[in-house]
Design a protein around this ligand. Structure first.
Ligand code: NAD
Length: 468
Protein backbone atom coordinates (compact mmCIF):
# COMPACT_ATOMS: atom_id res chain seq x y z
CA UNK A 1 0.00 0.00 0.00
CA UNK A 2 1.42 3.33 -1.06
CA UNK A 3 1.16 6.04 1.47
CA UNK A 4 2.77 9.32 2.37
CA UNK A 5 2.36 11.71 5.24
CA UNK A 6 0.52 14.28 3.22
CA UNK A 7 -2.33 12.29 1.79
CA UNK A 8 -4.76 9.49 2.36
CA UNK A 9 -3.77 6.18 0.86
CA UNK A 10 -5.08 6.04 -2.70
CA UNK A 11 -5.21 2.65 -4.26
CA UNK A 12 -4.96 3.53 -7.90
CA UNK A 13 -5.86 1.51 -10.97
CA UNK A 14 -2.34 0.20 -11.47
CA UNK A 15 -2.08 -1.34 -8.02
CA UNK A 16 -2.88 -4.98 -7.48
CA UNK A 17 -5.67 -5.79 -5.11
CA UNK A 18 -3.41 -7.94 -3.00
CA UNK A 19 -1.32 -4.85 -2.31
CA UNK A 20 -3.73 -4.23 0.55
CA UNK A 21 -1.82 -5.59 3.50
CA UNK A 22 -4.77 -5.97 5.80
CA UNK A 23 -8.47 -6.26 5.35
CA UNK A 24 -10.50 -3.20 6.11
CA UNK A 25 -13.26 -3.42 8.73
CA UNK A 26 -15.70 -1.70 6.45
CA UNK A 27 -16.09 -0.53 2.87
CA UNK A 28 -18.26 2.45 2.06
CA UNK A 29 -19.51 2.64 -1.51
CA UNK A 30 -20.48 6.14 -2.69
CA UNK A 31 -18.48 9.04 -1.24
CA UNK A 32 -21.06 11.83 -1.32
CA UNK A 33 -22.31 13.82 1.68
CA UNK A 34 -23.35 10.66 3.52
CA UNK A 35 -20.68 8.20 2.40
CA UNK A 36 -17.65 10.45 2.85
CA UNK A 37 -18.74 11.76 6.23
CA UNK A 38 -19.60 8.24 7.41
CA UNK A 39 -16.30 6.82 6.14
CA UNK A 40 -14.20 9.52 7.78
CA UNK A 41 -16.18 9.36 11.04
CA UNK A 42 -15.88 5.55 11.27
CA UNK A 43 -12.13 5.86 10.59
CA UNK A 44 -11.75 8.54 13.27
CA UNK A 45 -13.52 6.24 15.72
CA UNK A 46 -10.90 3.55 15.05
CA UNK A 47 -12.20 1.38 12.21
CA UNK A 48 -10.11 0.56 9.14
CA UNK A 49 -12.20 2.00 6.33
CA UNK A 50 -11.93 1.91 2.58
CA UNK A 51 -14.04 4.48 0.73
CA UNK A 52 -15.00 3.62 -2.83
CA UNK A 53 -16.54 5.77 -5.54
CA UNK A 54 -16.87 5.50 -9.31
CA UNK A 55 -15.98 9.19 -9.62
CA UNK A 56 -12.19 9.14 -9.88
CA UNK A 57 -11.89 12.95 -9.63
CA UNK A 58 -13.69 12.81 -6.31
CA UNK A 59 -11.43 9.96 -5.15
CA UNK A 60 -8.37 11.94 -6.16
CA UNK A 61 -9.52 15.04 -4.20
CA UNK A 62 -10.35 13.01 -1.10
CA UNK A 63 -6.97 11.31 -1.29
CA UNK A 64 -5.43 14.78 -0.90
CA UNK A 65 -7.73 15.39 2.05
CA UNK A 66 -9.71 17.94 0.09
CA UNK A 67 -13.46 17.69 0.65
CA UNK A 68 -15.21 17.67 -2.74
CA UNK A 69 -18.06 19.77 -1.32
CA UNK A 70 -18.49 22.30 1.47
CA UNK A 71 -19.34 20.71 4.80
CA UNK A 72 -18.20 22.26 8.11
CA UNK A 73 -15.40 20.29 9.88
CA UNK A 74 -15.16 17.67 7.15
CA UNK A 75 -11.62 18.54 6.11
CA UNK A 76 -10.50 18.42 9.76
CA UNK A 77 -12.15 15.02 10.04
CA UNK A 78 -10.32 13.84 6.91
CA UNK A 79 -7.07 14.87 8.57
CA UNK A 80 -7.98 13.17 11.85
CA UNK A 81 -8.96 9.94 10.17
CA UNK A 82 -6.05 9.74 7.77
CA UNK A 83 -4.32 6.70 9.23
CA UNK A 84 -7.40 4.46 9.06
CA UNK A 85 -8.94 5.68 5.83
CA UNK A 86 -7.99 4.78 2.27
CA UNK A 87 -9.88 5.56 -0.94
CA UNK A 88 -10.16 4.03 -4.36
CA UNK A 89 -12.34 3.87 -7.44
CA UNK A 90 -11.86 0.08 -7.63
CA UNK A 91 -15.20 -1.09 -6.26
CA UNK A 92 -13.98 -4.71 -6.19
CA UNK A 93 -11.90 -3.82 -3.14
CA UNK A 94 -15.16 -4.00 -1.18
CA UNK A 95 -14.67 -7.78 -1.21
CA UNK A 96 -11.94 -7.32 1.40
CA UNK A 97 -14.37 -6.08 4.06
CA UNK A 98 -16.70 -7.95 6.34
CA UNK A 99 -19.22 -5.07 6.30
CA UNK A 100 -20.02 -3.11 3.13
CA UNK A 101 -22.14 0.05 3.36
CA UNK A 102 -23.98 1.33 0.30
CA UNK A 103 -24.31 5.12 0.35
CA UNK A 104 -24.97 5.88 -3.31
CA UNK A 105 -27.56 8.45 -4.37
CA UNK A 106 -31.25 7.63 -4.82
CA UNK A 107 -32.52 10.73 -6.67
CA UNK A 108 -36.03 11.29 -8.04
CA UNK A 109 -37.13 10.11 -11.44
CA UNK A 110 -39.31 12.55 -13.41
CA UNK A 111 -42.49 10.86 -12.11
CA UNK A 112 -41.32 11.31 -8.49
CA UNK A 113 -40.40 7.66 -7.97
CA UNK A 114 -37.00 6.64 -6.61
CA UNK A 115 -34.18 6.10 -9.12
CA UNK A 116 -32.63 2.68 -8.39
CA UNK A 117 -29.95 2.79 -11.11
CA UNK A 118 -26.99 3.68 -8.85
CA UNK A 119 -28.07 1.24 -6.18
CA UNK A 120 -28.39 -1.60 -8.70
CA UNK A 121 -24.93 -0.86 -10.14
CA UNK A 122 -23.43 -0.77 -6.68
CA UNK A 123 -25.21 -3.96 -5.60
CA UNK A 124 -24.00 -5.80 -8.71
CA UNK A 125 -20.45 -4.59 -8.15
CA UNK A 126 -20.63 -5.74 -4.55
CA UNK A 127 -21.96 -9.11 -5.75
CA UNK A 128 -18.94 -9.53 -8.03
CA UNK A 129 -16.59 -8.34 -5.29
CA UNK A 130 -17.77 -10.81 -2.64
CA UNK A 131 -18.03 -13.81 -5.01
CA UNK A 132 -15.13 -15.67 -3.47
CA UNK A 133 -15.72 -14.52 0.09
CA UNK A 134 -16.29 -17.26 2.65
CA UNK A 135 -16.73 -15.17 5.77
CA UNK A 136 -20.38 -14.11 5.41
CA UNK A 137 -20.04 -10.47 4.30
CA UNK A 138 -22.82 -8.12 5.40
CA UNK A 139 -24.16 -5.53 2.95
CA UNK A 140 -25.76 -2.54 4.65
CA UNK A 141 -27.98 -0.11 2.75
CA UNK A 142 -27.61 3.38 4.22
CA UNK A 143 -29.05 5.12 1.17
CA UNK A 144 -32.65 6.25 1.58
CA UNK A 145 -34.80 3.70 -0.22
CA UNK A 146 -38.52 2.94 -0.46
CA UNK A 147 -39.82 0.02 1.60
CA UNK A 148 -39.07 -3.33 -0.01
CA UNK A 149 -35.90 -2.17 -1.81
CA UNK A 150 -33.47 -4.22 0.26
CA UNK A 151 -35.39 -7.46 -0.20
CA UNK A 152 -36.72 -6.92 -3.72
CA UNK A 153 -33.90 -5.01 -5.43
CA UNK A 154 -30.57 -5.07 -3.61
CA UNK A 155 -30.46 -8.69 -2.44
CA UNK A 156 -31.59 -10.23 -5.78
CA UNK A 157 -28.95 -8.15 -7.65
CA UNK A 158 -26.21 -9.31 -5.28
CA UNK A 159 -27.36 -12.93 -5.55
CA UNK A 160 -27.42 -12.68 -9.32
CA UNK A 161 -23.98 -11.11 -9.62
CA UNK A 162 -22.33 -13.32 -7.01
CA UNK A 163 -24.09 -16.67 -7.41
CA UNK A 164 -24.35 -16.65 -3.60
CA UNK A 165 -27.42 -17.12 -1.43
CA UNK A 166 -28.75 -14.45 0.92
CA UNK A 167 -28.83 -15.61 4.53
CA UNK A 168 -26.41 -18.48 3.89
CA UNK A 169 -23.45 -16.91 2.10
CA UNK A 170 -24.00 -13.22 2.80
CA UNK A 171 -26.26 -11.02 4.93
CA UNK A 172 -27.98 -7.70 4.30
CA UNK A 173 -29.48 -4.95 6.47
CA UNK A 174 -31.24 -1.68 6.03
CA UNK A 175 -29.72 1.05 8.20
CA UNK A 176 -31.00 4.48 7.12
CA UNK A 177 -28.99 7.63 7.72
CA UNK A 178 -30.35 10.75 9.46
CA UNK A 179 -27.46 13.22 9.22
CA UNK A 180 -28.17 16.83 8.25
CA UNK A 181 -26.03 18.66 5.71
CA UNK A 182 -24.36 21.56 7.49
CA UNK A 183 -23.87 19.47 10.64
CA UNK A 184 -23.08 16.13 9.01
CA UNK A 185 -19.84 15.58 10.93
CA UNK A 186 -21.42 16.18 14.34
CA UNK A 187 -24.47 14.10 13.47
CA UNK A 188 -22.39 11.15 12.27
CA UNK A 189 -20.22 11.15 15.38
CA UNK A 190 -23.26 11.65 17.66
CA UNK A 191 -26.29 9.95 16.09
CA UNK A 192 -29.53 10.27 18.05
CA UNK A 193 -30.59 6.73 17.09
CA UNK A 194 -29.77 3.69 15.01
CA UNK A 195 -32.43 1.89 13.03
CA UNK A 196 -31.39 -1.57 11.89
CA UNK A 197 -33.64 -3.68 9.67
CA UNK A 198 -32.65 -7.27 9.00
CA UNK A 199 -32.75 -10.85 10.21
CA UNK A 200 -31.71 -11.57 13.78
CA UNK A 201 -28.34 -12.86 12.63
CA UNK A 202 -27.56 -9.93 10.33
CA UNK A 203 -28.81 -7.29 12.76
CA UNK A 204 -26.62 -8.81 15.50
CA UNK A 205 -23.51 -8.43 13.31
CA UNK A 206 -24.29 -4.79 12.60
CA UNK A 207 -25.23 -4.10 16.22
CA UNK A 208 -21.94 -5.50 17.46
CA UNK A 209 -20.07 -3.36 14.91
CA UNK A 210 -21.81 -0.22 16.20
CA UNK A 211 -21.19 -1.20 19.82
CA UNK A 212 -17.51 -1.47 19.02
CA UNK A 213 -17.66 1.88 17.22
CA UNK A 214 -19.56 3.93 19.78
CA UNK A 215 -18.74 2.09 23.03
CA UNK A 216 -20.38 3.92 25.95
CA UNK A 217 -21.85 6.50 23.55
CA UNK A 218 -24.00 3.85 21.85
CA UNK A 219 -27.24 5.58 20.79
CA UNK A 220 -30.75 4.20 21.25
CA UNK A 221 -31.26 1.44 18.72
CA UNK A 222 -34.30 -0.18 17.15
CA UNK A 223 -33.94 -3.62 15.63
CA UNK A 224 -36.73 -4.35 13.19
CA UNK A 225 -37.64 -5.60 9.72
CA UNK A 226 -36.01 -4.05 6.62
CA UNK A 227 -39.35 -2.56 5.48
CA UNK A 228 -39.92 -0.85 8.84
CA UNK A 229 -36.39 0.55 8.81
CA UNK A 230 -36.86 1.84 5.27
CA UNK A 231 -40.23 3.38 6.16
CA UNK A 232 -38.86 5.08 9.32
CA UNK A 233 -36.60 7.19 7.13
CA UNK A 234 -39.31 8.28 4.69
CA UNK A 235 -41.83 8.94 7.45
CA UNK A 236 -39.23 10.94 9.36
CA UNK A 237 -38.49 13.24 6.43
CA UNK A 238 -42.14 13.52 5.39
CA UNK A 239 -43.11 14.50 8.95
CA UNK A 240 -40.46 17.24 9.16
CA UNK A 241 -41.42 18.50 5.70
CA UNK A 242 -45.06 18.53 6.80
CA UNK A 243 -44.20 20.74 9.80
CA UNK A 244 -42.53 23.21 7.44
CA UNK A 245 -45.48 23.27 5.04
CA UNK A 246 -47.90 23.56 7.96
CA UNK A 247 -46.23 26.67 9.36
CA UNK A 248 -45.92 28.15 5.87
CA UNK A 249 -49.66 27.76 5.51
CA UNK A 250 -50.17 29.58 8.82
CA UNK A 251 -47.75 32.23 7.49
CA UNK A 252 -50.02 32.85 4.52
CA UNK A 253 -52.96 33.36 6.89
CA UNK A 254 -50.90 35.79 8.98
CA UNK A 255 -50.05 37.87 5.93
CA UNK A 256 -53.75 38.79 5.56
CA UNK A 257 -54.55 39.14 9.25
CA UNK A 258 -54.16 42.52 11.00
CA UNK A 259 -51.20 42.55 13.41
CA UNK A 260 -50.45 38.89 12.91
CA UNK A 261 -46.93 37.47 12.93
CA UNK A 262 -46.19 33.81 12.27
CA UNK A 263 -43.07 33.99 14.45
CA UNK A 264 -45.18 34.58 17.53
CA UNK A 265 -47.68 31.92 16.52
CA UNK A 266 -44.84 29.40 16.01
CA UNK A 267 -43.36 30.36 19.38
CA UNK A 268 -46.73 29.79 21.01
CA UNK A 269 -47.44 26.39 19.51
CA UNK A 270 -43.80 25.34 19.87
CA UNK A 271 -44.11 25.63 23.64
CA UNK A 272 -46.51 22.71 23.54
CA UNK A 273 -44.21 19.80 24.37
CA UNK A 274 -46.25 17.54 22.12
CA UNK A 275 -45.36 19.76 19.13
CA UNK A 276 -41.98 21.40 19.83
CA UNK A 277 -40.49 24.49 18.13
CA UNK A 278 -38.15 22.84 15.62
CA UNK A 279 -39.10 22.84 11.94
CA UNK A 280 -41.70 25.54 12.59
CA UNK A 281 -39.77 28.38 10.97
CA UNK A 282 -41.86 29.91 8.22
CA UNK A 283 -39.95 30.75 5.07
CA UNK A 284 -39.75 30.07 1.38
CA UNK A 285 -40.22 26.31 1.64
CA UNK A 286 -37.87 23.34 1.79
CA UNK A 287 -35.35 22.29 -0.82
CA UNK A 288 -32.22 20.17 -0.76
CA UNK A 289 -31.29 16.68 -1.74
CA UNK A 290 -33.58 14.90 0.72
CA UNK A 291 -36.97 16.37 1.65
CA UNK A 292 -38.40 17.04 -1.82
CA UNK A 293 -37.23 13.75 -3.30
CA UNK A 294 -38.16 11.66 -0.26
CA UNK A 295 -41.63 13.18 0.09
CA UNK A 296 -42.23 12.65 -3.64
CA UNK A 297 -40.97 9.06 -3.42
CA UNK A 298 -43.24 8.35 -0.44
CA UNK A 299 -46.17 9.85 -2.33
CA UNK A 300 -45.39 7.71 -5.38
CA UNK A 301 -44.83 4.60 -3.27
CA UNK A 302 -48.07 5.10 -1.37
CA UNK A 303 -49.97 5.48 -4.66
CA UNK A 304 -48.47 2.20 -5.85
CA UNK A 305 -50.13 0.59 -2.82
CA UNK A 306 -53.47 2.14 -3.81
CA UNK A 307 -53.46 4.94 -1.20
CA UNK A 308 -53.09 8.64 -2.05
CA UNK A 309 -51.55 9.83 1.27
CA UNK A 310 -53.31 13.26 1.23
CA UNK A 311 -51.15 14.89 3.91
CA UNK A 312 -48.02 14.02 1.96
CA UNK A 313 -49.62 15.45 -1.15
CA UNK A 314 -50.63 18.68 0.57
CA UNK A 315 -47.10 19.05 1.97
CA UNK A 316 -45.72 19.10 -1.56
CA UNK A 317 -48.45 21.41 -2.87
CA UNK A 318 -47.80 24.07 -0.20
CA UNK A 319 -44.08 23.74 -0.81
CA UNK A 320 -44.47 24.12 -4.54
CA UNK A 321 -46.23 27.48 -4.14
CA UNK A 322 -44.25 28.93 -1.24
CA UNK A 323 -41.06 30.17 -3.00
CA UNK A 324 -43.18 32.03 -5.54
CA UNK A 325 -44.74 34.04 -2.71
CA UNK A 326 -41.56 36.10 -2.54
CA UNK A 327 -41.83 36.90 -6.26
CA UNK A 328 -45.50 37.90 -5.84
CA UNK A 329 -44.58 40.30 -3.03
CA UNK A 330 -41.74 41.78 -5.12
CA UNK A 331 -44.07 42.21 -8.06
CA UNK A 332 -46.63 44.05 -5.94
CA UNK A 333 -44.01 46.26 -4.29
CA UNK A 334 -42.33 47.25 -7.55
CA UNK A 335 -45.48 47.49 -9.69
CA UNK A 336 -44.23 44.76 -11.99
CA UNK A 337 -40.78 43.29 -12.49
CA UNK A 338 -39.92 44.13 -16.09
CA UNK A 339 -36.46 45.77 -16.10
CA UNK A 340 -36.29 45.89 -12.29
CA UNK A 341 -33.05 44.90 -10.63
CA UNK A 342 -33.54 42.25 -7.95
CA UNK A 343 -30.73 41.21 -5.59
CA UNK A 344 -30.85 37.66 -4.23
CA UNK A 345 -29.07 36.98 -0.96
CA UNK A 346 -28.38 33.27 -0.55
CA UNK A 347 -28.49 30.52 -3.15
CA UNK A 348 -27.66 27.28 -1.30
CA UNK A 349 -30.68 25.25 -0.21
CA UNK A 350 -29.74 26.02 3.40
CA UNK A 351 -26.87 27.71 5.25
CA UNK A 352 -23.50 25.96 5.78
CA UNK A 353 -23.61 24.00 2.56
CA UNK A 354 -22.87 24.63 -1.10
CA UNK A 355 -25.51 22.09 -2.11
CA UNK A 356 -27.88 23.53 -4.72
CA UNK A 357 -30.02 20.42 -5.20
CA UNK A 358 -33.68 21.55 -5.31
CA UNK A 359 -32.68 24.93 -3.83
CA UNK A 360 -35.70 27.26 -3.76
CA UNK A 361 -33.44 30.07 -5.03
CA UNK A 362 -33.46 28.44 -8.47
CA UNK A 363 -37.24 28.46 -8.69
CA UNK A 364 -37.40 32.08 -7.49
CA UNK A 365 -34.75 33.23 -9.95
CA UNK A 366 -36.39 31.43 -12.88
CA UNK A 367 -39.69 33.14 -12.07
CA UNK A 368 -38.03 36.56 -11.70
CA UNK A 369 -36.24 36.19 -15.05
CA UNK A 370 -39.42 35.03 -16.69
CA UNK A 371 -41.12 38.20 -15.47
CA UNK A 372 -38.36 40.37 -16.96
CA UNK A 373 -36.31 41.17 -13.84
CA UNK A 374 -32.54 41.65 -13.91
CA UNK A 375 -31.10 39.37 -11.26
CA UNK A 376 -27.85 39.50 -9.31
CA UNK A 377 -27.12 36.93 -6.63
CA UNK A 378 -24.70 36.38 -3.77
CA UNK A 379 -23.87 33.34 -1.66
CA UNK A 380 -20.94 32.85 0.73
CA UNK A 381 -20.18 29.29 -0.45
CA UNK A 382 -22.42 28.16 -3.27
CA UNK A 383 -21.43 30.43 -6.19
CA UNK A 384 -19.57 27.63 -7.95
CA UNK A 385 -22.29 25.00 -7.58
CA UNK A 386 -24.91 27.66 -8.42
CA UNK A 387 -23.12 28.55 -11.67
CA UNK A 388 -23.72 24.96 -12.82
CA UNK A 389 -27.48 25.14 -12.42
CA UNK A 390 -28.44 28.79 -12.98
CA UNK A 391 -29.19 30.60 -16.20
CA UNK A 392 -26.13 32.59 -17.29
CA UNK A 393 -28.33 35.71 -17.30
CA UNK A 394 -27.95 35.77 -13.51
CA UNK A 395 -25.02 37.81 -12.33
CA UNK A 396 -23.26 35.85 -9.58
CA UNK A 397 -21.16 38.05 -7.30
CA UNK A 398 -18.83 37.29 -4.44
CA UNK A 399 -19.33 40.62 -2.65
CA UNK A 400 -22.79 41.27 -1.24
CA UNK A 401 -22.31 45.02 -1.72
CA UNK A 402 -22.00 44.46 -5.48
CA UNK A 403 -25.12 42.36 -5.34
CA UNK A 404 -27.20 45.04 -3.61
CA UNK A 405 -25.76 48.13 -5.30
CA UNK A 406 -28.35 49.89 -7.48
CA UNK A 407 -31.04 47.24 -6.90
CA UNK A 408 -34.77 47.94 -6.70
CA UNK A 409 -35.48 45.07 -4.36
CA UNK A 410 -33.51 42.63 -2.21
CA UNK A 411 -34.75 39.16 -1.47
CA UNK A 412 -33.28 37.23 1.45
CA UNK A 413 -33.45 33.55 0.43
CA UNK A 414 -30.90 31.61 2.55
CA UNK A 415 -30.32 32.48 6.20
CA UNK A 416 -26.49 32.48 6.28
CA UNK A 417 -24.98 33.80 9.51
CA UNK A 418 -23.19 36.61 7.68
CA UNK A 419 -26.55 38.06 6.57
CA UNK A 420 -27.89 38.10 10.13
CA UNK A 421 -25.65 40.98 11.18
CA UNK A 422 -26.55 43.25 8.26
CA UNK A 423 -28.15 46.51 9.36
CA UNK A 424 -31.07 48.17 7.56
CA UNK A 425 -28.86 51.16 6.70
CA UNK A 426 -26.50 48.82 4.84
CA UNK A 427 -29.30 47.89 2.44
CA UNK A 428 -30.68 51.42 2.19
CA UNK A 429 -27.34 53.02 1.38
CA UNK A 430 -26.58 50.63 -1.47
CA UNK A 431 -29.96 50.09 -3.07
CA UNK A 432 -31.75 52.28 -5.59
CA UNK A 433 -35.08 51.72 -3.86
CA UNK A 434 -34.85 50.13 -0.43
CA UNK A 435 -37.39 47.31 -0.72
CA UNK A 436 -36.42 44.24 1.30
CA UNK A 437 -38.33 40.96 1.33
CA UNK A 438 -37.21 38.79 4.21
CA UNK A 439 -37.91 35.25 3.07
CA UNK A 440 -36.42 33.64 6.17
CA UNK A 441 -37.52 35.94 8.99
CA UNK A 442 -33.97 36.97 9.74
CA UNK A 443 -34.55 40.57 10.74
CA UNK A 444 -36.42 42.48 13.41
CA UNK A 445 -39.46 44.00 11.64
CA UNK A 446 -39.65 46.98 14.00
CA UNK A 447 -36.04 48.00 13.38
CA UNK A 448 -36.07 47.34 9.67
CA UNK A 449 -39.43 48.92 8.87
CA UNK A 450 -38.14 52.22 10.32
CA UNK A 451 -35.48 52.42 7.60
CA UNK A 452 -36.70 50.27 4.70
CA UNK A 453 -39.78 49.14 2.89
CA UNK A 454 -39.67 45.82 4.73
CA UNK A 455 -41.88 42.80 4.04
CA UNK A 456 -41.53 39.35 5.47
CA UNK A 457 -43.06 35.93 5.07
CA UNK A 458 -45.80 35.45 7.64
CA UNK A 459 -46.02 39.08 8.72
CA UNK A 460 -49.19 41.15 8.36
CA UNK A 461 -48.62 43.15 5.18
CA UNK A 462 -50.27 46.19 6.76
CA UNK A 463 -47.97 46.06 9.79
CA UNK A 464 -44.87 45.91 7.62
CA UNK A 465 -45.69 49.05 5.61
CA UNK A 466 -42.72 51.31 5.22
CA UNK A 467 -42.33 54.24 7.51
CA UNK A 468 -39.31 55.65 5.74
P1 NAD B 1 -24.41 12.14 -3.28
O1 NAD B 1 -25.05 12.26 -4.61
O2 NAD B 1 -23.76 13.32 -2.66
O3 NAD B 1 -23.30 10.98 -3.35
C1 NAD B 1 -23.48 9.76 -3.96
C2 NAD B 1 -22.11 9.22 -4.39
O4 NAD B 1 -22.28 7.91 -4.90
C3 NAD B 1 -21.46 10.04 -5.51
O5 NAD B 1 -20.17 10.42 -5.11
C4 NAD B 1 -21.42 9.08 -6.70
O6 NAD B 1 -20.29 9.26 -7.53
C5 NAD B 1 -21.37 7.74 -5.99
N1 NAD B 1 -21.85 6.62 -6.80
C6 NAD B 1 -22.92 6.55 -7.62
N2 NAD B 1 -23.03 5.31 -8.14
C7 NAD B 1 -22.02 4.59 -7.62
C8 NAD B 1 -21.60 3.23 -7.77
N3 NAD B 1 -22.29 2.37 -8.52
N4 NAD B 1 -20.51 2.82 -7.09
C9 NAD B 1 -19.81 3.68 -6.33
N5 NAD B 1 -20.15 4.97 -6.15
C10 NAD B 1 -21.24 5.41 -6.79
O7 NAD B 1 -25.52 11.53 -2.34
P2 NAD B 1 -25.74 11.80 -0.77
O8 NAD B 1 -26.33 13.13 -0.55
O9 NAD B 1 -24.51 11.41 -0.02
O10 NAD B 1 -26.91 10.73 -0.47
C11 NAD B 1 -26.67 9.35 -0.50
C12 NAD B 1 -27.90 8.65 0.03
O11 NAD B 1 -28.09 9.00 1.40
C13 NAD B 1 -29.19 9.02 -0.67
O12 NAD B 1 -30.04 7.91 -0.71
C14 NAD B 1 -29.77 10.09 0.22
O13 NAD B 1 -31.17 10.18 0.12
C15 NAD B 1 -29.37 9.60 1.59
N6 NAD B 1 -29.24 10.64 2.60
C16 NAD B 1 -28.70 11.85 2.27
C17 NAD B 1 -28.56 12.83 3.25
C18 NAD B 1 -28.00 14.18 2.91
O14 NAD B 1 -28.17 15.10 3.72
N7 NAD B 1 -27.33 14.37 1.78
C19 NAD B 1 -28.96 12.56 4.58
C20 NAD B 1 -29.47 11.30 4.88
C21 NAD B 1 -29.60 10.34 3.88
Amino acid sequence: MRKNNMSLAVLDQSEKMDALETKSDVSIIGLGFVGLTTAAAFAKLGMKVIGLDVDSDKVSKISKRVAPFHEPQLEELLLDSEKNFSVSSKIELAGRSRIIFLTVGTPSRSDGSMETRFLIDAARNVGSAIKSSTDYPLVVVKSTVVPGTLLKVVIPEIEDASGMTYGTDFGACSNPEFLREGSAVYDTLNPDRLIIGGTKKDSAILLSFYKRLFGKKMPKTILTSPSNAELVKYSNNAFLAMKISFINQIARICESLPNADVQIVAEGIGLDKRIGRSFLSAGLGFGGSCFPKDVKALQHFSKSLGYDAPIVEATMKVNHDQPLRAVQIAEEKLNGLEGKKVAILGLAFKPDTDDMREAVSVKIIEELLQKGAIVSAHDPKALKTASLVLDDKVQLVSDKKDCLRGSDCALLVTEWDEYKTMKPEFFRDLMRSPVLIDGRRLYDPTQFAKVLDYSAIGLDRGASKTTC
